[in-house]
Design a protein around this ligand. Structure first.
Ligand SMILES: *[C@@H]1O[C@H](CO)[C@@H](O)[C@H](O)[C@H]1NC(C)=O
Ligand SMILES: *[C@@H]1O[C@H](CO)[C@@H](O)[C@H](O)[C@H]1NC(C)=O
Ligand SMILES: *[C@@H]1O[C@H](CO)[C@@H](O)[C@H](O)[C@H]1NC(C)=O
Ligand SMILES: *[C@@H]1O[C@H](CO)[C@@H](O)[C@H](O)[C@H]1NC(C)=O
Ligand SMILES: *[C@@H]1O[C@H](CO)[C@@H](O)[C@H](O)[C@H]1NC(C)=O
Ligand SMILES: *[C@@H]1O[C@H](CO)[C@@H](O)[C@H](O)[C@H]1NC(C)=O
Length: 667
């Protein structure tokens, strides 16, 4: 009898606990038992550190218990209110990644989510799907055009996907009007998220920590959450990093269902690490006279040393560059990061110079530093402006450009380090590791979407000018990332306008490009065509054969003409490939290599063909002919100024000898 009673009482208590309106407050997380995953940690002083300065990672923190938002599955979603204080600290003052989101999720954790632009919330396949049942308020610090972001500093309301239902630039309304806020400033800011279950209204308000809650919210959206979310949900935070070391902190958090959350006590919140933290030098005690004598010599030595160093690390900085502060790296840092540009750190000799691996001194960021020798200062201003603008390009299939440094006769470009090197190493010269068809097809689609982004999705049209397998780098997950964009332009700016110097690489140059010297999106498409064939066939566009240069596009064309285009495919693929996909890529390669730039597809179409949501036109109707495919007729070759920058020295002699043999042998 008494046990029965106990059971009843316990089950009653449990029910009460579950249906009771959840309310909690953390003024610091010292003794909080939040459920953490990814790289999230709680520091010894009680800061919730969602990310800690590791690249391409995510961090989650959830209130450990489920929160009941509906009493039954068809009742209304309850009102709730929450506020939290956050801060974002990045290694660079104007670059960061990727932001923080307050989330309400059906499960405690988001195990399948991706870092970077996915904010640790979704992945490529489930983004935007209503079965996610996820609500989020994002504080996003990177503009991802694929999700329609308005800028790189905004707050947005997300329901089941990263394309915000509503978003506004970060800021708040005060008596003096709208005040901008920079999310990545490193300062503490407070966020309020409120949902009124009767009015079906979501309000998001943002303010600096020392400012009272503004009356007008930054974001206000009328939307009934009931159909989107489940009865029992988990609440927490998600954050992710991309290519820039960034720490995302939450200092305090208060939450309540059906009522106003308790006010956070600012004075009780933990302190952020001091900016530019440095160890105090230890003072040691030695006799005073001793010190003064050694001091004298020390001063002399130091002066000599400083003078020598100054020369060693001298840079060129002009007035116009001061605006680019954060994108400029110190030569000294680059020098030390690459151990003095040591031969051992050499990653390769790329298109325009030598590339070294480096580890930045303080941040430990892994970078690739490209040294481009450049005597001409003409056009440098425009070029650097372009580099800085390119540095703002963000796409998962582009190698992020972090910044630059300039010295006399030398330009240094700093890129994110790509651990798996360039794609060409996996394709020809008896590669040690070859890629499966699936991997290749994914890389092709990635590069196509990056090129589409450059041509059509970014504010300005960016022409790459040097697409080829050796400019496609593979990141840790073997995603293809296009590198070296815009570099060819440096040589365009710098050259004498009287002579048309064509920059690019032989075999990838469109005929009209060699003729007019003008690079266009169609000449990029031409090079992309050569790249497609290269990846599918595992051969260079121009291969030194038994009897002179063998041109890949001609070979594929002949196979197609014979009715067996698949014969052209890479023998290393073995039997593990999808014939329809290989055929599509080969045919698309021919299509993009069409001699008439007007007939070549646009990258938008190329993407549709690759994704199979549009059939490719019949090749036989496109008036392809062998001579029309190759990169030029004899006469054009005569005018051709071979200013190509192939990937290695060996290549250079190789390519020019091919050009010669073509000239002498004719076709
Ligand atoms: C960041 O977190 C990761 C994973 O917990 C850890 O391995 C790494 O040492 C941390 N880094 C710093 C700088 O605390
Ligand atoms: C959330 O609700 C949907 C629809 O009722 C259901 O299919 C799903 O399993 C629920 N998710 C969880 C984690 O309970
Ligand atoms: C994306 O997430 C879903 C769960 O929401 C998971 O089932 C799926 O496997 C994930 N896809 C990838 C490519 O990771
Ligand atoms: C949404 O996800 C479900 C289950 O993961 C899947 O069956 C469905 O096809 C997806 N819908 C869309 C539009 O992708
Ligand atoms: C606030 O930011 C916007 C761009 O987001 C800018 O146009 C505006 O000039 C800024 N206002 C102030 C006062 O800085
Ligand atoms: C849900 O809310 C609406 C108005 O806010 C109200 O009319 C309706 O009765 C509520 N439904 C339930 C099941 O409580």
């Amino acid at each position: 009898m008494s046990t029965k009673l106990a059971v009843i009482i316990i089950s009653l208590l449990v029910k009460l606990a579950i249906s009771g309106d959840t309310s909690f407050i953390y003024n610091g997380f010292q003794s909080a038992n939040l459920a953490l995953d990814g790289i999230a940690e709680i520091t010894s002083n009680g800061l919730l550190e969602l990310t800690n300065g590791t690249k391409q990672q995510k961090g989650h923190a959830f209130y450990p218990n489920p929160v009941v938002f509906k009493t039954s599955s068809n009742s209304n979603f309850s009102s709730f209110s929450t506020s939290f204080v956050f801060a974002i600290r990045s290694e660079y003052p104007t670059l960061s990644g990727h932001g923080i989101a307050f989330v309400i999720t059906p499960t405690r954790g988001l195990p399948f989510s991706l870092p970077s632009q996915y904010l640790g919330l979704f992945n490529e396949t489930n983004n935007g799907n209503d079965t996610n049942r996820v609500f989020a308020v994002e504080l996003d610090t990177i503009m991802s055009s694929e999700f329609g972001d308005i800028n790189d500093n905004h707050a947005g309301i997300d329901i089941n996907g990263l394309k915000s239902v509503k978003s506004e630039p970060a800021g708040y309304y005060s008596d003096g009007g709208f005040q901008n806020l920079s999310l990545i400033s490193g300062y503490e800011m407070k966020v309020w998220v409120e949902y009124d279950g009767t009015k079906k209204q979501i309000d998001v308000t943002l303010a600096p920590i020392n400012v009272e809650k503004p009356e007008t919210p930054l974001l206000s959206l009328t939307r009934d959450l009931s159909p989107y979310l489940n009865s029992t949900m988990y609440v927490g935070f998600s954050s992710s990093t991309g290519s820039v070391l960034t720490s995302h902190y939450i200092l305090g958090w208060s939450f309540r269902v059906n009522g106003k959350e308790q006010e956070l006590v600012i004075s009780k919140l933990p302190k952020l690490p001091r900016l530019g933290e440095k160890e105090e030098p230890k003072i040691f005690t030695i006799g005073l006279p001793m010190i003064s004598v050694s001091l004298f010599f020390l001063v002399i030595l130091t002066v000599l040393h400083v003078m020598k160093r100054k020369k060693k690390f001298a840079e060129l900085v002009e007035d116009w560059e001061l605006d680019y502060g954060p994108h400029r790296f110190k030569y000294k840092d680059l020098y030390f990061s690459t151990k003095g540009f040591r031969e051992k750190e050499l990653l390769g000799t790329g298109g325009f110079g030598r590339v070294y691996k480096g580890i930045m001194p303080i941040s430990k960021l892994e970078v690739a530093v490209k040294r481009v020798s450049h005597e001409s200062r003409q056009g440098m201003k425009e070029f650097v402006a372009e580099i800085v603008s390119i540095g703002r390009l963000r796409h998962r299939n582009l190698v992020p450009l972090l910044g630059y440094c300039r010295r006399k006769g030398e330009l240094l470009l700093v890129y994110d380090y790509m651990p798996n090197g360039s794609l060409d190493k996996y394709l020809y010269n008896n590669p040690r590791v070859t890629l499966s068809w699936n991997q290749r097809f994914r890389i092709i689609k990635g590069v196509a979407s990056a090129l589409f982004y450059l041509h059509e999705e970014w504010d300005q049209v960016v022409i790459h000018r040097d697409i080829k397998a050796s400019n496609v780098l593979l990141d840790a997950e073997l995603n293809g990332r296009l590198g070296d964009f815009g570099l060819a332009r440096l040589y365009d700016h710098g050259t004498d306008p009287q002579t048309t110097h064509v920059v690019g690489t032989l075999g990838y140059l469109a005929p009209e490009h060699t003729r007019t010297g003008r690079a266009t999106t169609s000449s990029d498409v031409y090079a992309f065509g050569a790249f497609l064939l290269e990846v599918a066939c595992g051969r260079r566009p121009i291969e030194q054969g038994e009897n002179g240069g063998e041109i890949l596009v001609d070979f594929v064309y002949c196979c197609w003409k014979r009715g067996d285009i698949l014969e052209a495919k890479d023998v290393n693929l073995g039997a593990d490939y999808r014939a329809d996909e290989v055929e599509l890529v080969l045919k698309l390669g021919l299509f993009c290599s069409h001699s008439d730039p007007v007939i070549r597809p646009k990258m938008r179409q190329v993407l549709h063909y690759l994704q199979r949501d549009m059939p490719m036109p019949d090749l036989s109707l496109l008036c392809l002919s062998s001579s029309g495919l190759t990169f030029g007729h004899r006469e054009e070759l005569d005018d051709f100024v071979p200013m190509s920058y192939p990937s290695t020295e060996r290549d250079f002699s190789h390519a020019s000898s091919v050009a010669e043999s073509l000239l002498s042998g004719g076709r």
